[in-house]
Ligand binder design. Sequence first.
Ligand SMILES: Nc1ncnc2c1ncn2[C@@H]1O[C@H](COP(=O)(O)OP(=O)(O)OP(=O)(O)O)[C@@H](O)[C@H]1O
Ligand SMILES: [Mg+2]
Length: 389
Amino acid sequence: MKGSDVVITEVSKAFGDFTVLNNVDLSIKKGEFFSLLGPSGCGKTTLLRIIAGFESPDEGTVTFDGTDVLPLPPNQRQANTVFQNYALFPHLSVYENVAFPLRIRKFPKTEIADKVAEYLKLVQLEGHAHKKPNQLSGGQKQRVAIARALINEPRVLLLDEPLSALDAKLRQHMLIELDQIHDKIGITFIYVTHDQQEALSVSDRIAVMNQGNVLMIGTPHEIYESPATDFVARFIGETNLFDAKVLRAEKMNQPSLPNMDSGATEYMAELDIPNLGQVKVTTVDEVKPGDTVSFTIRPEKILISKERPSTKREDINLFQGTVDEPIYSGFQTKFYVKNAEGALIRVVKQHAKYSDEGPDILWKDSVFVSWSANDGYIVGVKCPAGENP
Ligand SMILES: Nc1ncnc2c1ncn2[C@@H]1O[C@H](COP(=O)(O)OP(=O)(O)OP(=O)(O)O)[C@@H](O)[C@H]1O
Ligand SMILES: [Mg+2]
């Protein structure tokens, strides 16, 4: 495998009194497509600049394949950066922009020509070599920047919101291309974004950051389905998040959750959610009566219907409410459903068939919402039984 392992250990950084990174630990594997995801100002760029060597940490270490890179200047780290704003040389042609790193290293002319051709092909810019940056579209400019960052074969490619200047459609397209480039060259990619969809769709693993802290590291599936904190649950996609009190929790004889570790114990917990009522949820976390927990259920896992669902299964949670607001967006409709006590549940219904019921459910309709105990998730215990919040 090409690329480098990048290990960040206990890295902290402050600007004046302001802590930008707080004891960050990350272990990124060779060849991984790893994303740093978090809201504006959470420290993503600062962390990337520390890895690249443009900034030094106040504390902590950064190693590539076990070698401490902190004493090395950026150009000796074999980590190249692609920035948001392209950073191309405006007076140089596409060819000369891409050739630039090799010219500095005094490569022979014929080798430069071969390599530039190879990398322009990789980013699908053959035929544009003679153009100047101002004759290119945003997507093409970013491809030049990617080719230039890759041509001297770094072990790590750092990408700081490289697609954010592009419109939504082009961003989608470039994202797929970036993924294909990653598959082809196989080096380590560290990708910074504040866009959850972007991170979920291309990453092998994601670190979710907020206010200088890494809150969770996991695969897109883990981050989406098993968020470690309320912040992660809310930041990644849309969700219903409630504080709840545990009424009962019993060990289950028959495991019901998919992809379970064979040794893990499952519990069927019954929760009380203020203004909503009692909710059943299967969990692998041991919870006990009296614990205050945070409970989440994703809108797309909830069924909505005007008729009472005919299910008799015990693990189904069923509530009644009124449609407060339907938001139709072609492939799906989002409903805000309010019950008599004022609890609000978001539901997303995908329109797989033209005849689907979705568009027939209207504002102020009385509806049933339901979901299975397996589809809810206990994010964590907020306050154990017997303790004051
Ligand atoms: N050189 C600096 N001097 C002082 N403060 C700085 C400096 N660089 C960054 N900061 C501050 O550190 C915090 C984190 O900045 P950073 O650029 O790492 O955030 P980010 O996660 O990349 O945000 P964005 O998504 O907006 O790019 C911000 O509050 C920023 O104002
Ligand atoms: Mg940034």
